[in-house]
Every structure is written in structure tokens, then in C-alpha cells.
Design a protein around this ligand. Structure first.
Ligand code: PXP
Length: 238
């Protein structure tokens, strides 16, 4: 069965809306783990818009399942990963203006830098995954550079509108899975996956790990709203 890493970035987004101390992503990670999540994922962005250095430090100390740090290949962030030593890093492109990670990492264009980052992560015993578009040339460079895994970008699938387009994107993921597996890579998938669109992707054999964030945090806000309101009413009444 494929594993689920819950991306808790947007718990920190709510905290940062008030620059306060709640909701704490470290508490959220505990809840995810109690519910059976196989891993916790966070993206330490260079602009620290949600997850910050304190979160990453505490999560490394408290997460008992897999701790997957999404990060760019910028030197400042690579140095932090070397110090923190998460179980796994997922290398992503990062653009300061974007709302979320927009495309896959261009491993072909960044080959020399990527080779160095992968070596440095492996020297610290950290598994390396690269978030890429499901394209052969990207997969083969990752394999050549010794990455452990690739995370196939499911955004184009999630954004597909027609049945034909959805099927085309699922086929792209299946083809990419075959190429990656033949090259000896473990295959992960993520981005834009929701309660509505997960099933067809979850049916693809060989996708070992899903990273899902926004949809789970969104659902958590709504399924928790009833209880949260009741608790505040009780305090006011008492
Ligand atoms: N995988 C990667 C590499 C990401 O950058 C993100 C977003 O941080 C996710 C998965 C999760 O995407 P979503 O929040 O849309 O579930």
C-alpha cells in the first residue's frame, strides 16, 4: 500500500496570519501521526512564509514517522538540511512570487548543482527525492545522479478538466512510473491531490508515497469547526 506523508505547511500559514503561536504545526504533526500518517512533510521556504527554522528543529526531534523536508537547492537551505538531518529531503524549485510550488525541478538545467546537493545529503545519511514533471529526461538525470526517489508532479492531473485530459495525465504518470522504476528509482507523487481526485492516482501501482497538504488542512478546518465552536460556547456560558 502507498504511504501518506501529510504536508502541514498551511497549519503554519494560519499561525503566520497573526504571527502568534497557534496553531502549532508541531501539534498538528502529532495528530497526523496518531491518525496513522506515515510521514510529515514541510517546506522550509527561503522567505519563511509558513514553516520556520524553529518548526523544522522541533519536528526533527518529535516526529517519530518519516520526516520529509521539502527544500530548494539554495545554499542557505542546503546547509540547514545538513544540520537538521531529516530522514528525507525532497528537492523542489522555488520562486518567491509563487503561491505554491509551480512546476517540477529542472534537473537537466541544474544537473551540476544537483549532483553536489545529492552527494552532500547522502554524506549525512539523508534520502533524496526530487520533485519533477513526469518526463523521461528529468527522471533519467535523477537516476544518473544517484537520487533515491522522484516525486512525480500531479498538478497537471489535478488541474485537468475533461475525462480525456485526465486520462492523458494519468497515462503520463504511469509512463513516468515505468521509466523511473526501470532506472531503479522509488516513485512518489504529489501536488494538488484532494479527497475528490485521489482515487485514480492511488490505483496506480508502484507509486509508493503521496505528499498531500492543502486539501487535508482544508478538511481539518471544516471537520473541526463544529467542535471548536461548541467549546467556545461552553466557556462563554460557564
Ligand atoms: N509535493 C510537493 C513537492 C509540494 O511542493 C507540495 C506543496 O508544498 C505538495 C506535494 C503538496 O501539495 P498540496 O498542498 O497541493 O497537497
Amino acid at each position: 500500500m502507498a504511504l501518506l506523508n501529510v504536508n502541514i505547511d498551511h497549519v503554519a500559514t494560519v499561525r503566520q496570519a497573526r504571527r502568534t503561536d497557534e496553531p502549532d504545526p508541531v501539534w498538528a504533526a502529532v495528530q497526523c501521526e496518531l491518525a496513522g500518517a506515515n510521514g510529515i512533510t514541510v517546506h522550509l521556504r527561503q522567505d519563511r512564509r509558513h514553516i520556520n527554522d524553529r518548526d523544522v528543529r522541533l519536528l526533527k526531534q518529535t516526529v517519530a514517522c518519516k520526516f520529509n523536508l521539502e527544500m530548494s537547492i539554495a545554499e542557505q537551505i542546503v546547509k540547514i538540511a545538513e544540520q537538521i538531518k531529516p530522514h528525507q529531503v525532497t528537492l523542489v524549485p522555488e520562486n518567491r512570487q509563487e503561491l505554491t510550488t509551480e512546476g517540477g525541478l529542472d534537473c537537466v538545467a541544474n544537473k551540476a548543482r544537483l549532483a553536489k546537493v545529492i552527494r552532500r545529503m547522502h554524506n549525512k545519511g539523508i534520502l533524496v527525492s526530487a520533485f519533477i514533471a513526469p518526463q523521461e529526461e528529468q527522471i533519467l538525470v535523477c537516476a544518473e545522479l544517484g537520487a533515491d526517489a522522484v516525486e512525480l508532479h500531479t498538478g497537471p492531473y489535478a488541474n485537468a478538466k475533461t475525462d480525456r485530459e485526465i486520462e492523458k495525465q494519468l497515462n503520463n504518470l504511469r509512463d513516468a512510473r515505468d521509466i523511473a522504476a526501470a532506472a531503479g528509482l522509488i516513485v512518489h507523487a504529489g501536488h494538488g491531490l484532494t479527497y475528490r481526485n485521489i482515487k485514480p492516482v492511488a490505483k496506480i501501482e508502484g507509486l509508493c508515497e503521496f505528499n498531500i497538504g492543502h486539501s487535508i488542512v482544508s478538511r481539518a478546518v471544516l471537520v473541526g469547526m463544529f467542535q471548536a465552536t461548541k467549546e467556545m460556547m461552553e466557556l462563554i456560558r460557564s
